[in-house]
Ligand binder design. Structure first.
Ligand code: MN
Ligand code: MN
Length: 315
């Protein structure tokens, strides 16, 4: 049995070779693989700044600094997992419905094989295609959604599909078990006092950034775990959850967010959850400074992979 793991950075320097996520082999296979990292470089459904089509490559570039041992979870990822950089999913620039179809078609063999995808976006519209693929196998999933925004609006400019609407349509299509789902980190200005109510009426629990500042990180982590329980789950992470001081390279900035350290700590608190898929979206390298947003996104994806390794280690 083949075990896929990163290049040894004590033998081959980190700045050499073709950039893949965490220096994993770039092989489009699901055989002998526990997880794949893949890109969805689609950004034509965003409402403000464009450029997250370059997110996957920027995150891959930054990820060459990651090392296999996660100190916070006491887990050495590749003692427990085999993983590859799968390359990117098929997308059609400018055409969201064709993109959704191609993404779902590309993801289905991954999910069918029981392999966990970690998708690098792209704008947040892509998550609807991922949820279609994941729910086709696992049924409606518990969604853990970190974001400054709810992304549960009905339409923009009279069109259904946009980066502000994926979770509205995921609910309508029965892809999410909202009774076990939670939206975390909402903040900023709203269209009306009822914006959060749109999500709550769909069945989501919503924890805003002020809510979390009030109850603290530990309690937030506990609420997420209790909400999801042992349901099959999906973690979607919009980088604008993080304060723009720590993640300036994104499209719809909201000030007053969490630090990168707080963010990683919160993600680690979900390590017992049975995630069937993950994504990290909305990284815009053209607006980044010194790759700090890309480095953070790479670390977010790394924590996701660590969660998978931790579950194998402890089961
Ligand atoms: Mn979002
Ligand atoms: Mn957002």
């Amino acid at each position: 049995m083949q075990k896929y793991k990163p290049l040894d950075s004590q033998q081959i320097p980190r700045f050499s070779e073709v950039k893949t996520f965490m220096r994993l082999p770039n092989i489009r296979t699901v055989k002998d693989v526990d997880f794949v990292v893949t890109g969805a470089p689609f950004d034509t459904a965003c409402s403000y700044r464009t450029g997250s089509r370059f997110g996957p490559s920027a995150i891959r570039n930054a990820s060459s600094l990651l090392k296999p041992y996660n100190r916070f979870m006491d887990v050495n990822i590749f003692d427990h997992l085999s993983g590859v950089d799968y390359g990117d999913l098929s997308i059609v620039p400018g055409y969201i419905e064709s993109t959704y179809k191609r993404m779902q078609d590309d993801m289905t063999p991954i999910i069918e094989a029981g392999v966990v995808p970690i998708v690098l976006g792209g704008d947040h519209s892509i998550t609807l295609a991922e949820l279609r693929a994941v729910a086709a196998k696992h049924g409606p999933v518990a969604l853990v959604h970190f974001d400054a925004h709810t992304d549960t609006y009905s339409s923009y400019f009279g069109e259904k599909y946009n980066h502000g609407t994926p979770f509205k349509y995921a609910c309508d299509e029965g892809l999410i078990d909202t009774e076990h789902s939670i939206q975390v980190g909402m903040r900023g200005t709203f269209y009306s006092p009822d914006d959060l109510k749109i999500s709550e009426d769909m069945g989501f629990k919503v924890l805003t950034t002020p809510d979390i500042r009030e109850i603290g990180l530990e309690e937030t982590g506990k609420m997420i775990r209790e909400r999801v329980g042992n349901k099959p789950a999906f973690f979607t992470f919009d980088i604008d959850f993080v304060d723009p001081a720590y993640a300036p390279g994104t499209g719809t900035i909201e000030v007053g967010g969490f630090t990168s350290y707080e963010t990683l700590q919160l993600i680690r608190m979900t390590k017992e959850i049975d995630f069937k898929g993950f994504d990290v979206v909305e990284v815009l390298p053209a607006h980044d400074n010194n790759e700090i947003t890309a480095f953070l996104a790479a670390n977010v994806a790394y924590e996701f992979i660590s969660i998978l390794a931790n579950r194998v280690k402890n089961n």
